[in-house]
Design a protein around this ligand. Structure first.
Ligand code: FAD
Ligand code: ZN
Length: 474
């Protein structure tokens, strides 16, 4: 029997998609990669995933796992050969358990992140993972990429939010590691190996995630700043003043907010004067577990001092939830506005916070020397040392012309990141976009160790081939 027919027999014809039904799964969110597949399959439970994996192993067919398909590095798109099977986890969207005594929830890989935030809220808890793609990305994809987002500063990446995993191996075995334990030192940490492995070691089918108390009060402000060094100083003061209550510190250049307010004119800056009047903006957020008044007092003390010391040029404090949402909306609209503006070159970098200002100044200047006129659209999670250091073409430049220079721009920016002891992928992963660059910046020892892990867990090399780490024999 052919693989295609065996898949139909295992899952039912309606869950084995081809042609127009399969098309949306075969192109990535940015429209940069398109591939082919034997089929896109949509298993409904863990046993079905395991059965599909056994069939693929038997037929030597590569497997590409997919969640919400919002990844930014081409990790969930198959290659052009048409040999792969894409496994969409979208139908596996059950919440298996919410345990408020243990402060955990156990959920399947296809649950949409925003839905899980709501499940937690309904149980009077917070699930803090939050990113602009939350309406469509899925927790399995978040785990596979170890997603970051806007609350990492306080709660950590997806890895830190995860206690246990259920995984199907490339051989079709099921590992039930859904332990809700905060302490468990029994051998190698397989959970942490699978988190962030971008579908190259196995399929994550479920997870046990940490829940937190819902904050009682939140304060949000949009700050106008002169420079990145000033932003770093304000961040440091906010850390000292708020401690664990500091839950957000997002930096945005004025070019980012100019783009958002031009593309989405209904969105306005809550500050007087034109956007360009200030070079940088920051979104500051404090979450308090005591009271509104307590939150406000702490917030205004830090902010007042920063204004007085001329570190902050202007500030708007949200008076209510809807004003706070509007401020976050400005920040979250940047990637979407950029996509509207046209193709751009994304760099998702992290740098030690102490060196970030120097990195921005040095790299901005070097770009203008080698690629005069390109526009920096720099924003990101300053509190995590993570910038989305994106480069848009010069005004009027044809997209094709910018894309022709893409590799040279990557090289310049990533060499600079390396010189500042940073990482070329802070939160989006490696996928196919940065696969070759990984080899440029990692030591031979580190690459070899990763290849041995890949070889040991996926000896046939069937899991998401061509992505992230190859086993060295390919
Ligand atoms: P997909 O895109 O479907 O897959 C991503 C990778 O994970 C692929 O390699 C895929 O093979 C693998 N995979 C998916 N599901 C599984 C599974 N169950 N088992 C094994 N492997 C699997 N990311 C951030 O970290 N922070 C941000 O702030 C952020 N903001 C974003 C904003 C926008 C507008 C967009 C479009 C994306 C953003 N991203 C961000 C990137 C993206 O949303 C995240 O990487 C997200 O975690 C991907 O989830 P997904 O379900 O869409 O995964
Ligand atoms: Zn981000």
């Amino acid at each position: 029997m052919t693989l295609f027919h065996a898949l139909q027999q295992t899952l039912g014809n309606q869950h084995v998609l081809t042609d127009a039904d399969a098309a949306p799964y075969l192109t990535d969110w940015r429209g940069r990669y398109t591939g082919n597949a034997v089929a896109v399959v949509r298993p409904g439970n863990t046993e079905e995933v395991a059965a599909v994996m056994r069939l693929c192993a038997e037929h030597g067919a590569p497997v590409v796992p997919q969640g919400g398909n919002t990844g930014l590095v081409g990790g969930a798109t198959p290659d052009a050969s048409g040999k792969a099977v894409v496994i969409s986890l979208a139908r596996m969207n059950r919440v298996r358990q919410v345990d408020t005594d243990n402060d955990t929830m156990t959920v399947e890989a296809g649950c949409v992140l925003q839905t899980l935030q709501g499940v937690a809220r309904d149980a009077n808890r917070l699930f803090p993972l939050s990113l602009a793609a939350e309406g469509s990305c899925m927790i399995g994809g978040n785990l596979a990429t170890n997603a970051g987002g806007t609350q990492v500063l306080r709660y950590g990446n997806t890895r830190e939010l995860t206690l246990g995993l259920e995984v199907v191996t490339p051989q079709g075995e099921i590992w039930n590691g859904l332990r809700g334990l905060r302490k468990d030192n029994t051998g190698y940490d397989l959970r942490d190996l699978y988190i962030g492995s971008e579908g190259t070691l196995g399929i994550i089918t479920a997870a046990t995630l940490r829940l937190y108390p819902l904050p009682v009060a939140r304060c949000t402000a949009l700050l106008a700043l002169k420079s990145v060094p000033d932003a770093v100083t304000v961040l440091s003061r906010a850390r000292a003043g708020f401690g664990a209550s500091l839950t957000g510190f997002e930096l945005m250049s004025s070019a980012c907010l100019e783009l958002v307010t031009r593309i989405y004119p209904q969105q306005r800056l809550p500050l007087e004067g034109p956007v360009e009047q200030h070079a940088w903006y920051a979104l500051l957020e404090l979450s308090d577990n005591e009271s509104e008044a307590h939150a406000r007092e702490r917030f205004e003390a830090v902010l007042g001092a920063a204004l007085e010391d001329d570190l902050v040029q202007d500030a708007a404090i949200a008076e209510n939830l809807s004003q706070s949402h509007a401020m976050w909306h400005l920040r979250e609209s940047i990637p979407l506005a950029q996509a509207e503006e046209g193709k751009n070159i994304k760099h998702d970098v992290s740098i030690p916070i102490s060196r970030i200002a120097d990195f921005v100044a040095t790299t901005d200047a070097a770009l203008q020397v080698h690629f005069p006129g390109v526009r920096n659209i720099t924003f990101g999670h300053l509190g995590d040392g993570n910038l989305h250091y994106n480069v848009q073409g010069s005004r009027g430049e044809a997209e094709a012309q910018l894309l022709a220079r893409q590799d040279d721009i990557y090289l310049l920016v990533h060499d600079s990141v390396h010189a500042f002891e940073g990482s070329i992928s802070a939160e989006h992963g490696v996928g196919q976009l940065k696969r070759d660059e990984l080899l440029r910046y990692k030591s031979d020892v580190e690459v070899r160790l990763m290849q041995r892990v890949k070889q040991a867990l996926d000896p046939q090399g069937l899991m998401n081939p061509g992505k992230t780490v190859q086993d060295g024999s390919a």
